[in-house]
Design a protein around this ligand. Sequence first.
Ligand SMILES: O=C(O)[C@H](CCc1ccccc1)CC1(C(=O)N[C@@H](Cc2c[nH]c3ccccc23)C(=O)O)CCCC1
Ligand SMILES: [Ca+2]
Ligand SMILES: [Ca+2]
Ligand SMILES: [Ca+2]
Ligand SMILES: [Zn+2]
Length: 318
Amino acid sequence: ASSTNTTGTGVGVLGDTKTLNMTQSGSSYYLQDNTRAQGGIFTYDAANRQRLAGTLWTSPDNLLNSTYDGAAVDAHYFAGLTFDYYKNVFNRNSYDNKGGALKSSVHYGRNYNNAFWNGTQMVYGDGDGTTFIPLSGGIDVVAHELTHAVTETSSNLTYQNESGALNEAISDIFGTLIEFYNNKNPDYEIGEDIYTPKIAGDALRSMSNPTKYGDPDNYANRYTGTSDNGGVHTNSGIINKAAYLIAQGGTAYGVTVTGIGNDKLAQIFYRANTVYLTASSTFSQARAACVKAASDLFGTSSAEVTTVNKAFDGVGIK
Ligand SMILES: O=C(O)[C@H](CCc1ccccc1)CC1(C(=O)N[C@@H](Cc2c[nH]c3ccccc23)C(=O)O)CCCC1
Ligand SMILES: [Ca+2]
Ligand SMILES: [Ca+2]
Ligand SMILES: [Ca+2]
Ligand SMILES: [Zn+2]
């Protein structure tokens, strides 16, 4: 039987209702969105195993409102929204700018307290219900994972030490920018919607104040050990803080920065990631890349270039 594009309704991890692009074939409905990337957007059920991708999400109807459905609803919806952001803001056609298929698997493993991009697809655990609830419920998490794919097909920053922390920060930055694009309780924290359901007001990381969760906000305080690929999720705080200062302004270590807003932050970091950064870029080279990008976009003696220089001064990166 031929399959036709249709829409469905789903209830997400946090109980919110959203419209889904699906396909229907015979008496089954699938989480396959043919309306965006030429390659399609697909969501799979890993059925609490660690074998990927699992089974394409199949339903006897187009109403996904069970608790088990929630993780798939959000993975599918937020992947589509992230596609829309990159297409509408940067005219980027999927993660690879070639309309490549976007695949996500949910219910990965048992009580799996994490999520990841494995070079081919996005993968989301359910969490154990204490540390995490299903991680695809966080738009900043989904956009973070998809941005790893964008970075891999752009600068391809090596996932260790300073280039790895840059890779991480770019995912946190665009995870946050896409959370603002969705405009539902946007903030500069990471993972707040799916982290510690019993504790309000906390998050995995903070871009506005990385030290709140023990991450550095200055190069002088960077982690130089070997865990977590040389602290990629820790030293990202230094770049995250610079990005926050660029967008919102503030004073850091005696340096006062005038904010230029999220849209210009987005333009600067996207151009840096797609034009100037390379796999081995260091923090210092990232400053130069952002200054060059800002100069290209706004002029060498623009207020935007001054803001970029001041922000990197504020986090101690020369
Ligand atoms: O994409 C990433 O950078 C993270 C991918 C981590 C991973 C890598 C390779 C194999 C498995 C898992 C996943 C996220 C992350 O930042 N993870 C951190 C924090 C974290 C989540 N769950 C944890 C459990 C234990 C320790 C740390 C964590 C990490 O893995 O460090 C990104 C947004 C939220 C989850
Ligand atoms: Ca939020
Ligand atoms: Ca957030
Ligand atoms: Ca919490
Ligand atoms: Zn990451």
